[in-house]
Ligand binder design. Structure first.
Ligand SMILES: CSCCC(=O)C(=O)COP(=O)(O)O
Ligand SMILES: [Mg+2]
Length: 242
């Protein structure tokens, strides 16, 4: 893996394993949400986001009368298997946003990420996010980076609810439609081969980010070009023709 160059109008960023450490998400964010699901489901059952997520869990289980204890147990099970289920992610996003706002959580970004994001913005690129974490979680995450907010660098946020699952090419087509760009002008960065495959199937450019120590490092990124971190990636806007 040496330096790599790309031309694109925008960069779409995965979070976990790409901009940020999976270890932090799994060891800090997940337990934070796990410890608060019970109170959320009982004390704030009328919150619109909670009602919506509970209805989605009940529908998925085929158990229209599932009570808070059952829902909490299901969420805990999904969390343990790291299932990227939309209702789980919505409730986590709600709890994490509040935790960030209260100063109980601070987001982790690899040190090469903030300077690269600033460099790419200065070069005229738009930056967007596509993560299994909910849009609320993404905005809170970028807004509460340890070194100061990065939210002003980010344009649109996509998750499994507004775009779809990250392993399906249609999700990337939906995002391209929303951005009003052909796939070849969009560059996706991710640590997972399956996500890069799906993006490429939708016509996007795709570059793997292989950070030693990340869970997907050993699995590699298939036949996609790869960089070790963002400092090894140069991205410039497409050349103007004519
Ligand atoms: C701040 S987003 C929380 C991370 C998370 O819950 C998640 O599932 C991230 O997955 P990704 O698609 O970014 O690899
Ligand atoms: Mg990832």
């Amino acid at each position: 893996m040496t330096g790599h160059r790309e031309r694109a109008a925008c960069v779409v960023l995965d979070i976990e394993g790409t901009t940020s450490a999976t270890g932090y998400v799994v060891e800090v964010l997940y337990p934070y949400s796990r410890a608060r699901f019970g109170a959320l489901l009982t004390e704030r059952a009328d919150h619109p986001e909670v009602r919506r997520a509970v209805a989605a869990v009940r529908a998925e289980l085929g158990e229209p009368a599932a009570g808070p204890a059952r829902i909490e147990a299901v969420l805990a099970g999904w969390l343990a298997e790291d299932r990227k289920a939309t209702p789980l992610k919505s409730l986590q996003g709600l709890l994490w946003s509040e935790g960030f706002a209260r100063g109980e959580l601070v987001a982790h970004f690899y040190p090469d990420v903030p300077p690269a994001l600033r460099r790419w913005r200065a070069a005229g690129l738009d930056l967007h996010v596509y993560s299994s974490g909910s849009v609320a979680a993404q905005r809170a995450w970028f807004g509460h980076a340890a070194g100061g907010s990065l939210l002003e660098l980010v344009g649109r946020c996509y998750d499994t609810e507004n775009a779809g699952p990250k392993l399906e090419a249609d999700s990337y087509r939906r995002i391209a439609d929303d951005l009003g760009l052909p796939g070849e002008r969009i560059l996706f960065l991710s640590d997972r081969a399956g996500e890069l495959d799906a993006a490429r199937a939708a016509g996007w450019r795709a570059v793997g980010v292989r950070r030693p120590g990340e869970p997907h490092y050993r699995a590699g990124v298939g036949d996609h070009p790869a960089v070790r971190d963002f400092s090894a990636l140069t991205v410039r806007p497409p050349a103007v023709v004519g």
